[in-house]
Ligand binder design. Structure first.
Ligand SMILES: Nc1ncnc2c1ncn2[C@@H]1O[C@H](COP(=O)(O)OP(=O)(O)OP(=O)(O)O)[C@@H](O)[C@H]1O
Length: 215
């Protein structure tokens, strides 16, 4: 379980992006994180992922205060970043496999899981293509495949449907809900009100504050 308690976050000496945010991210649930461009969705996800240390308040995972990204990885907090974070000169399959093997999965099992997850995202035909040769939407789905294959306890997805057509968007939303049913706590940043409405809970960011809309 990931708990955000009275967190204030910002960059350098600038005024904080978000002040006094409190929310609990529960296993088995998808929390939509909404707000206009620049409202602070990525900033809050980065704090949840251990990439950004709060100025005040605490991010707690399984009862321990989150120290940094390595600590978050140890606690199985997976981030699918907005810019996808893939290695462009590896293939789609290699990107997923390398992450699995780094996480301790044996190579034959990593190959099997990679093929299965790429298939779930409609990417079997692109498995052996270099990421830099994939379309924006295919790259986005590869990043989602990598995040989902890692089977985190917490899955943080940053605007991961922005480049997808309606069919693929629905496929990804179904997968995120499957992850929650598996027991993961899922946080999904989105601009899309329709997508947010399909989530059990919603945290809306506006004017540097967070409001719980549902859940
Ligand atoms: N690395 C950074 N250094 C300084 N300021 C930053 C940095 N990253 C983001 N910001 C600022 O923090 C604020 C929130 O940005 P953030 O990316 O969290 O918003 P967002 O809600 O994710 O936006 P979008 O929907 O456009 O991705 C913005 O004013 C932005 O300029």
């Amino acid at each position: 379980m990931l708990t955000i308690h009275e967190v204030t976050v910002g960059y350098g000496d600038a005024p904080p992006v978000l002040t006094d945010v409190s929310v609990t991210v529960r296993p088995g649930r998808v929390l939509a994180l909404t707000g206009s461009s620049g409202a602070g969705k990525t900033t809050l996800l980065n704090a949840m992922a251990g990439l950004l240390r709060p100025r005040d308040g605490a991010v707690t995972v399984d009862g321990q205060q989150l120290r940094d990204r390595d600590h978050a990885v140890d606690h199985r907090i997976v981030l699918i970043p907005q810019d996808n974070g893939l290695a462009p000169i590896l293939t789609a399959a290699e990107n997923v496999q390398v992450a699995l093997v780094a996480g301790g999965v044996a190579p034959p099992e990593a190959r099997r899981q990679t093929a299965a997850t790429l298939a779930q995202l409609g990417l079997s035909g692109q498995a052996d293509q270099l990421v830099e040769e994939l379309s924006g939407g295919q790259q986005q789905r590869t990043a989602i495949a990598r995040g989902v294959a890692l089977r985190g306890g917490v899955l943080l997805a940053d605007e991961v449907t922005s480049e997808l057509d309606a069919g693929n968007r629905q496929r990804v939303l179904d997968l995120l809900h499957d992850e929650a049913r598996r027991g993961a706590a899922v946080v999904f940043a989105t601009h899309d009100a329709e997508v947010a409405a399909a989530c059990a809970a919603e945290l809306h960011l506006v004017d540097g504050r967070a409001q719980i809309v549902r859940g």
